[in-house]
Design a protein around this ligand. Structure first.
Ligand SMILES: C[S@@+](CC[C@H](N)C(=O)[O-])C[C@H]1O[C@@H](n2cnc3c(N)ncnc32)[C@H](O)[C@@H]1O
Length: 336
């Protein structure tokens, strides 16, 4: 049971909505009272108001959880994982008494969401991708350049990932560190999953993501949500996610060990993690240059294939497999 306060504060029109839409209000929590709830289910938790006062409102405890305490958030607004429903909803953690809402076109679920004074600065390998220029260039040449290091190209990578994700078909997929959303859009369009969450720390990547989504009606109407979050603090309850994809991301994370532990936490039993990254050494790296490829001398956190396996297994993931081509590795592991 829970009770809380709620108030309609802002009425920003979502760019996807028509000008005269009756669905414009973006709800934020502050002073009108929530009714009490009874929770009925455990994953996409439906919440039924106990009082008769707001019977026409949909109130849900969400797949989204509080990044502070990991309790499912309460949602005020339309249910669903599509862009419009998430944009028009306000979210609140009843434990932490903190509210979350969409800024621009994504839902901000970072620990720093809504802070006025404190600004978090991450390592350069994370900050680089927050730049508007890098976000703009990412799918306009930057990503394609990875092929020179052995990445097989987006279509092939997508096909390979889909193979690994077979045990997670029909479930919820989180594309962690989605960048401009090149794979999130493919996962959403494939119809393989009940929902896809494109998640990144970079506001500008998420804006770019939205710009690409807008250009394709099939993606725009899919169950695809845009969320800002830190991979080391994923806003989902433990065991609530079926599949986690992390394309070309591990080397950009501030702490690969925190990230993989967190991915393991949110995966359900049987859930699948698939990642790609650049390796520190390729099978053909001459021994003479190995000392120059030490982690300490690099901006990015390039690991070896053995280190990645070590991290996954030490977090309790099993069935580790990998495919390597030059510096490219795609690995997969499963939550037992
Ligand atoms: C090289 S891009 C990969 C984009 C895309 N997944 C792909 O396959 O091309 C790496 C992404 O990791 C994101 N990233 C870096 N640090 C992160 C963090 N702490 N939490 C979530 N995402 C992060 C960056 O913002 C960037 O979009």
């Amino acid at each position: 049971m829970a009770s809380s306060s709620m108030h309609q504060l802002s009425f920003t029109r979502h760019p996807l909505l028509p000008r005269d839409s009756r669905l414009q209000p973006r709800l934020q929590f502050s002073s009108v009272r929530f009714p009490s709830f009874s929770v009925r289910a455990s994953s996409a938790l439906a919440v039924e108001p106990d009082t008769g006062t707001q019977k026409d409102q949909t109130l849900e405890v969400e797949i989204f959880s509080c990044p502070i305490c990991y309790e499912p958030l309460l949602r005020r607004g339309p249910s669903g994982l599509n862009l419009e429903a998430v944009y028009r909803s306000g979210f609140k953690c009843k434990n932490c008494n903190k509210s979350y809402s969409s800024k621009n076109n994504f839902l901000d679920l970072t620990l720093t969401a809504g802070l006025r004074d404190y600004v978090e600065v991450k390592p350069a390998r994370t900050e680089l991708f927050r730049s508007p220029l890098v976000s703009f260039l990412y799918e306009r040449g930057w990503r394609q350049n990875f092929n020179r290091s052995g990445f097989p190209g987006q279509d092939e990578e997508f096909k390979m990932a889909q193979e690994y994700f077979k045990p997670a078909e029909g479930g919820l997929l989180v594309d962690v560190s989605c960048g401009s959303g090149l794979f999130s859009r493919k996962f959403a369009k494939s119809g393989t999953y009940s929902g896809v969450i494109a998640l990144d720390y970079s506001e500008n990547m998420l804006r770019q993501c939205y710009d690409f989504i807008k250009q394709d009606d099939a993606v725009l109407n899919a169950n695809l949500a845009l969320v800002r979050a830190d991979v080391s603090r994923l806003p989902f309850s433990s065991g609530s996610v079926d599949a986690v994809h992390a394309g070309a991301a591990l080397h950009c994370w501030p702490s690969p060990s925190n990230a993989i532990a967190e991915i393991t936490r949110v995966l359900r039993s049987g859930g699948v993690f698939v990642g790609t990254t650049f390796l520190r050494y390729t099978p053909s790296t001459p021994w003479i240059i190995l000392p120059f490829r030490q982690r300490t001398s690099q901006n990015y956190s390039y690991l070896t294939a053995e280190e990645i396996e070590d991290l996954c297994t030490s977090c309790g993931l099993t069935n580790y497999t990998r495919k390597i081509q030059q510096s490219f590795i795609m690995f997969s592991a499963q939550k037992p």
